[in-house]
Design a protein around this ligand. Structure first.
Ligand SMILES: Nc1nc2c(ncn2[C@@H]2O[C@H](COP(=O)(O)OP(=O)(O)OP(=O)(O)O)[C@@H](O)[C@H]2O)c(=O)[nH]1
Ligand SMILES: [Mg+2]
Length: 363
């Protein structure tokens, strides 16, 4: 039996310059209120100054609320703002531009009532579709973005901005990050939604206004994916950058030996040049590891640096002696390359564990 007609719904619509699209959407949402349904609409507008405020005021409906944020921009943060002020148990988020059919809301709500943690309007399940007219570039763009979300969810259309979940599900979200455009993906991951239902929708192309899908938005998506990796796979998200920084350190060390050879080859002995190159490349690794591999560490930088150096002792000694050994037979940079590869291989796991658990500790 359908129960969704009884459950109260808050529909949150983030808007930026959507005054042209809003009337039609609001009228279609009004149709959903027929019968017993208790439904409020919260438009969160970022000071569009395009008549949105006048439009909502002129409609005079007490169930249509407008929040205007001044001096702040961003789709995800606007959605979170709307969620904060929602008063109903069931939350629906959708675009204002007419891409998302409000007529699918009852099915999405029903899916959550039937036990899903999260339901979304999906273009990519059977029965779903996208209106023709997407250029090749946009299509490829969307596919790549969807593929990048694969490590976090197996949902077919994780990019969807049309979704439904309970207010209580949002409450369990840890450290919600308002960066970027994909607040639905953020909520699926951070609220640990296991059961995600996809309701087929026909995704229409906007008729009015302009797209806000800029290059900046795409860059923010990359940062968002990185943050989600750190949240969901913290060890891997630390170890992979650590290994890559180690690889870059080999290049820096070998390059430094070549430069020192050239500049002060006559003034300093081989051992001194190796020590200088080791010290500098180790410092290089420290700064990048601190930023990329151990981003979440607490504690002062001096203590961290000393700890980092101490943990590096064994591989550094291996590197030093191997480089010195080969330097009698090969040119110094080549000897250094062999030394640092062996030293780094030696230290890869040992150093990461030592740094993670002894030096760059989390709070
Ligand atoms: N409040 C607020 N809403 C925004 C912001 N950027 C986008 N939106 C809204 O978020 C929804 C999605 O934005 P769109 O520009 O339609 O992005 P898209 O759907 O990926 O691209 P197109 O449909 O091609 O335009 C729309 O309702 C926008 O008005 C913003 O900075 N602040
Ligand atoms: Mg749109």
């Amino acid at each position: 039996m359908r129960q969704d007609s009884l459950i109260p719904i808050s529909v949150i619509i983030p808007t930026y310059r959507e005054a042209g699209s809003l009337p039609d959407l609001l009228d279609r949402l009004a149709n959903l209120r027929e019968g017993e349904r208790d439904l409020e609409v919260i438009v969160v507008d970022d000071d569009s100054d395009d008549g949105t405020e006048e439009l909502i005021a002129s409609r005079g409906k007490d169930w249509e609320r407008l929040i205007v944020r001044r001096g702040e921009r961003g789709l995800s943060s606007a959605v979170l703002r709307g969620i904060e002020s929602a008063t109903k148990e069931m939350l629906v988020v959708m675009d204002a531009d007419g891409s998302h059919p409000p007529e699918s809301i009852p099915d999405m709500v029903q899916a959550v009532q039937d036990g899903a943690d999260f339901s979304l309007g999906s273009r990519y399940v059977s029965g779903g579709s996208t209106e023709d007219g997407w250029g090749v570039l946009r299509w490829v763009n969307s596919k790549i973005a969807t593929l990048m979300a694969r490590p976090f969810t197996t949902v077919r259309d994780p990019m969807s901005g049309f979704f439904c979940l309970r207010a209580s599900t949002v409450q369990r979200g840890e450290s919600l990050d308002p960066i970027g455009y994909k607040i639905g993906l953020e909520l699926i991951v951070k609220c640990r939604c296991e059961r995600v239902a996809e309701v087929p929708i026909h995704f229409s192309t906007r008729r009015e206004g302009e797209s806000k899908l800029t290059l900046r938005v795409q860059w923010e998506y990359l940062l968002h994916v990185l943050n989600l990796c750190r949240f969901k796979y913290p060890r891997l998200a630390s170890f992979i950058p650590f290994a890559l920084v180690g690889l870059s350190g080999i290049g820096v060390y070998t390059g430094l030996l070549a430069v020192l050879d050239l500049l002060v080859g006559d003034a300093f002995s081989k051992s001194v040049r190796i020590v200088i190159a080791i010290a500098l490349s180790m410092t290089w690794n420290f700064f990048w590891d601190r930023r990329l591999a151990f981003w979440d560490a607490t504690g002062g930088i001096v203590r961290q640096y000393l700890g980092f150096v101490a943990v590096c002792t064994v591989p550094v000694l291996v590197n030093f002696f191997v480089t010195l050994y080969f330097s009698d037979r090969l040119v110094l940079p080549t000897a250094g390359l062999i030394g640092s590869v062996i030293g780094s291989a030696f230290g890869l796991v040992f150093n990461w564990c030592g740094n993670r658990w002894l030096v760059f500790r989390r709070s």
